[in-house]
Structure formats: structure tokens, C-alpha cells
Design a protein around this ligand. Structure first.
Ligand SMILES: Cc1cc2nc3c(=O)[nH]c(=O)nc-3n(C[C@H](O)[C@H](O)[C@H](O)COP(=O)(O)OP(=O)(O)OC[C@H]3O[C@@H](n4cnc5c(N)ncnc54)[C@H](O)[C@@H]3O)c2cc1C
Length: 288
């Protein structure tokens, strides 16, 4: 449980961090909250020669609420997102999801950017970012680029991020009248989602006009349940409609199996979490 020796550097600017990452090659790793990377180093599942600490970089910090979008710095902690009152009033998903991550110790250090880059198949923020249709701004030695969260997650702990790139911020569009909900079945030890479901629905006069459904913990990576999304228009919460959406969200998806949940149990949990999330979103009046 002791990591190998490594160098630690704390760049004072984003450009310095990019240069250090490029110079360090495959041996260099970004350090943000350290709550995924350090456990992996202790288990010798990661073996970086240099840690580049980006947790205090101004460019990666902060929450800005604009008219058309919310901008969240990659090094914003889970706790900052959980407790930001103005953010909670315009985008309740952040407080709801932030509160459900692990425990206060993890939430005080862990960051949203670290969570997305790590891409644990059971992490919470990836599902929330897919449901909220976030865009991820990235910068590397070859310059900046942006990618839809929906295209970012590629597989088990695998993303579109190159080893010389840094997630700088997330941009979340502000949708009028959008209702959101997040339900997860927590692993009793870690708090990770055995299955978690985030939904963002447009609802007018009790009838769904469309939306997004994102599932974490169920498959080898977070996914949008697009067949179910395509059937959302006209949804009023009737049980038979709900059952159809549950079938569309989970049928044909290869479920993870582990010591905690086999495929059948995980499927039942997923269906239950989606049913509850849909009921929450249809019955509340979340403004985002
Ligand atoms: C006991 C425990 C319980 C947990 N329970 C949960 C839970 O319930 N739900 C949940 O979602 N998570 C959970 N986590 C994980 C936690 O949320 C981590 O904070 C998160 O996965 C990683 O964020 P970090 O800032 O700690 O990243 P780090 O550990 O610092 O880094 C993780 C990876 O991301 C890379 N990285 C970091 N920042 C950037 C960046 N800006 N750009 C590009 N790459 C970057 C690093 O190089 C590294 O590869 C738990 C962790 C622990 C230890």
C-alpha cells in the first residue's frame, strides 16, 4: 500500500502545466483531488514518475452561472458543487449528485474533472454530465478543443482524452423548464453507483416533450439510453409507458457482473432507479 517514489510539481499556470505534461511523456500524470489516482498508486495499478498538481490552477477553478450556460472549472470539488446555493437554484442536479458521492472527506478533495478523466464505470458525474448535455473543454500541446460529454466516454476507464491533454472546464447549457433527477443504488462501502440514473426532461402541462437519460454503473462505461430517449415524447408517467421506457433503457445492454451484483440483479436495480428518476422528474419542478 505504499506507492513507488515520484516527483511532485505544482505549476503556477495552465501553460506551464501543459508544457510539463508534454515534457514528462507517458510517465507524467495530472493530480487533482487525488482520490482516484493515489489509491491506484498505492495498489501499484498506476506508476507515474511525475505528478503535476493542477488542483489550484485558477483556469481550472470556479463556477460561473451565465444566461445561456453554466461553466464549471475541472478542479472544482464535489463539495463546492454540492454546496453552491446559486448553482443549486438554477441547476439542482449538481447539489443532488454532489451530495451522493462517497463521504465528506472524498467530496472535499475530489474534483469533477478528475472524475470525468478517470471514467470509473460507476462514477456519478459522468451520468450527470451526459444528462445535462455538457461540453468538455480540453487543452493540450496541440491547442484547445471541445467535445460533447456524450462522445467522451469510450470504455472501461477509457476516454477520448490524450495523455498530454488537460480538462479545463465543463460547459452546461441552460434549458428552460428542464426537470432533472438522479437516483442511484449506492455501494454500501464506497458509495459508488451499483447503478445510477440521471434524467433531464422537458415537460409541458404534465407531458414530456423529450429529454436525456444517462446510466452509470450498469455497463462498462456510462451511456445515454437513446432508444428510451426517443420514446420520451408524450410520456405522462403512466405505468405501461414507464415499463416500455425501462425495457428500452436496459434490454440488449451487456450488464457488468461483480461480487456485489450479477446481471439480473443489476438490471432490476437499473429499472428501479430509472423508474424512480422518471417519477421524480415528472413530479418536481426543477428549473434546469
Ligand atoms: C473511498 C472513496 C469513495 C468514492 N466514492 C465515489 C462515489 O460514490 N462516486 C463517485 O463518482 N466517485 C467516488 N470516488 C472517486 C472520487 O470521486 C474521485 O475524487 C474522482 O474519481 C477523481 O477525482 P480526483 O479529483 O480525486 O482525481 P485524481 O485522483 O487526482 O485523478 C484521477 C485521474 O484523472 C486525471 N485527471 C485529474 N484531473 C484532470 C484534468 N483536469 N484533466 C485531465 N485529467 C485529469 C488524473 O491524471 C488521474 O488519471 C470515491 C473515491 C474514494 C477514495
Amino acid at each position: 500500500m505504499i506507492p513507488r517514489a515520484f516527483e511532485y510539481v505544482r505549476p503556477s499556470s495552465l501553460s506551464e502545466a501543459i508544457a510539463l505534461l508534454a515534457q514528462g511523456g507517458e510517465g507524467a500524470k495530472l493530480l487533482s483531488g487525488g482520490h482516484s489516482l493515489l489509491p491506484m498508486m498505492k495498489l501499484r495499478l498506476a506508476d507515474p514518475s511525475t505528478l503535476i498538481d493542477v488542483s489550484e490552477l485558477t483556469d481550472l477553478r470556479g463556477i460561473t452561472i451565465g444566461t445561456n450556460e453554466i461553466v464549471v472549472g475541472a478542479a472544482t470539488t464535489h463539495a463546492e458543487l454540492e454546496h453552491h446555493a446559486e448553482l443549486a437554484s438554477v441547476a439542482p442536479m449538481f447539489a443532488v449528485v454532489g451530495h451522493q458521492i462517497a463521504d465528506p472527506t472524498v467530496r472535499n478533495r475530489g474534483t469533477i474533472g478528475g472524475s470525468l478523466a478517470h471514467a470509473d464505470p460507476s462514477a456519478d458525474w459522468p451520468a450527470a454530465m451526459l444528462a445535462l448535455d455538457a461540453t468538455i473543454d480540453i487543452v493540450g500541446a496541440n491547442g484547445p478543443r471541445s467535445i460533447a460529454a456524450d462522445s467522451f466516454f469510450k470504455g472501461l476507464f477509457e476516454t477520448d482524452l490524450a495523455s498530454d491533454e488537460i480538462i479545463v472546464r465543463l460547459r452546461i447549457p441552460m434549458g428552460p423548464g428542464q426537470r432533472v433527477a438522479y437516483r442511484k443504488f449506492r455501494h454500501p462501502a464506497s458509495g459508488y453507483a451499483v447503478v445510477g440514473v440521471a434524467v433531464a426532461l422537458g415537460v409541458q402541462a404534465g407531458r414530456c416533450t423529450g429529454g436525456r437519460i444517462a446510466v452509470t454503473g450498469f455497463a462498462d462505461h456510462v451511456y445515454r439510453a437513446k432508444a428510451a430517449e426517443a420514446a420520451l415524447a408524450g410520456y405522462t408517467g403512466q405505468p405501461e409507458q414507464t415499463g416500455h421506457l425501462l425495457d428500452l433503457a436496459f434490454d440488449g445492454i451487456a450488464a457488468l457482473e461483480d461480487r456485489f451484483a450479477d446481471a439480473d440483479y443489476r438490471t432490476q436495480l437499473g429499472r428501479t432507479m430509472l423508474r424512480r428518476a422518471l417519477a421524480d422528474a415528472m413530479s418536481t419542478d426543477g428549473s434546469h
